[in-house]
Ligand binder design. Sequence first.
Ligand code: SF4
Ligand code: SF4
Length: 132
Amino acid sequence: MRLSRMQPSKTHPCLRRKVREDMKTHGILVDYKWCSGCRSCEMACQMEHGLPPHRSGVKVLEIGPWQIDGETWQYDYQPVFTDECDLCKERVGKGKTPTCVKHCQAFILEYGEVDDLVAKMNGWKKRSLIVP
Ligand code: SF4
Ligand code: SF4
């Protein structure tokens, strides 16, 4: 069911409450400008959750390299979070940070409240906010 297509007046109150309860309050801020493509995040997630090598809560994409013009090149690594990601619910429940955040070699992943992370995106290039 696509809630975005439903008229508010036609949405049952119980359903509206359920949507609010499901709204995520936490996420991960990715400062991917500095991602080295080491894939430690992928492996840490697989080990934490017992997933086989082709599955993970996060996959790192390689974009480029290609020359745009002169000395300008497109060449980035970008971690993309998948439907396997539960934001390390169990670890976080014990007061720990998500394991991909802990094992990121470049310290470019930050777990926190969405409102705080949104504030940190302001004015920065090559940052993405993940709310799985
Ligand atoms: S937050 Fe946890 S479940 Fe999600 S990608 Fe990172 S390690 Fe995997
Ligand atoms: S561990 Fe950090 S630096 Fe390495 S690929 Fe993942 S996000 Fe990028």
